[in-house]
Design a protein around this ligand. Structure first.
Ligand code: ADP
Ligand code: ADP
Length: 237
């Protein structure tokens, strides 16, 4: 459960990127975050994972306040948030399996073939995740040998590997063709529903958001201007 309460962010430049944003996210719910460029979507995502410090307000993940953590506790808290990125952010020279296991570590080790250093049950779990995203047969391939859709599947498995309590997904389909985009969005929502994982998906494409999320939050000039089921979204949001 994620609780965002009266969150505001004013950058040092004076830009008020978020004003009084409040919402709660129950387990398993996938929210599509929409709004024009500059609406505050990235700032909201960054305030939740604390890449940006909010000016006022509260962000609680399963009861733990994230806005006031010190650096050490913040590192631990970030481990509870899985991130999925537009450009996948894979390590190209590493294998699919190594990329997924790096999710467990939270960093990319410099030792060669680090897969051998993980106990069997960690490898088995990573295989399960790769199987879930449809890539079990590609575990030993290098990331740079994969298509865009396959890379994003690795990105999803890597985020799940850290056993997160929340997924933050930033424009996951922006680099993909329409058919692959639908497959990736379907996969994310199915995984969230079956595992009870809540997710916020920053998504440019309103049609995709409507088709594959449970709820839409529309931002405009830093404020929530819509919060409801996809079917209730009118075209002027
Ligand atoms: P979106 O992701 O919806 O495009 P952003 O969160 O990136 O919106 O931006 C919201 C507002 O905050 C914009 O006016 C933008 O110019 C401003 N902004 C974003 N990041 C910064 C920053 N690092 N410093 C100053 N202003 C910023
Ligand atoms: P996106 O399209 O992904 O929201 P942007 O192009 O808005 O990204 O922003 C790119 C980067 O520039 C981000 O790190 C954002 O925080 C920063 N940024 C955006 N607007 C401003 C601004 N007005 N002043 C300073 N940094 C900004």
């Amino acid at each position: 459960m994620l609780d965002v309460t009266r969150l505001s962010k004013t950058y040092r430049t004076g830009d008020q990127a978020l004003s009084d944003v409040s919402f709660s996210l129950p387990q398993g719910q996938v929210v599509g975050l929409i709004g024009p460029s500059g609406a505050g979507k990235s700032t909201l995502i960054r305030c939740i994972n604390r890449l940006v410090a909010p000016t006022t307000g509260s962000v609680k993940l399963n009861g733990i306040e994230l806005t006031t953590l010190n650096a050490r506790d913040l590192r631990k808290a970030r481990r509870r948030i899985g991130m999925i990125f537009q450009e996948y952010a894979l390590v190209e020279r590493l294998s699919v399996m190594e990329n997924v296991l790096s999710g467990r570590l939270g960093y990319v080790p410099f030792w060669r073939s680090f897969t051998r250093r993980f106990p069997g049950h960690d490898i088995a779990r990573a295989f399960q995740l790769l199987d879930r995203v449809g890539l079990a047969q590609h575990a030993d391939k290098r990331a740079d040998a994969l298509s865009g859709g396959q890379r994003q599947r690795v990105g999803i498995a890597r985020a799940l590997e850290q056993d997160p309590e929340l997924l933050l997904v930033d424009e996951p389909t922006a680099s993909l063709d329409p058919r692959t985009s639908r497959q990736i969005m379907r996969l994310i929502t199915e995984i969230c529903r079956e595992s009870g994982l809540p997710a916020i998906v920053n998504i440019h494409d309103v049609v995709l958001a409507q088709a594959f999320t449970d709820r839409i939050i529309g931002l405009r000039a830093g404020r929530i201007v819509f919060d409801g089921p996809p079917s209730a979204l009118s075209h002027d949001v």
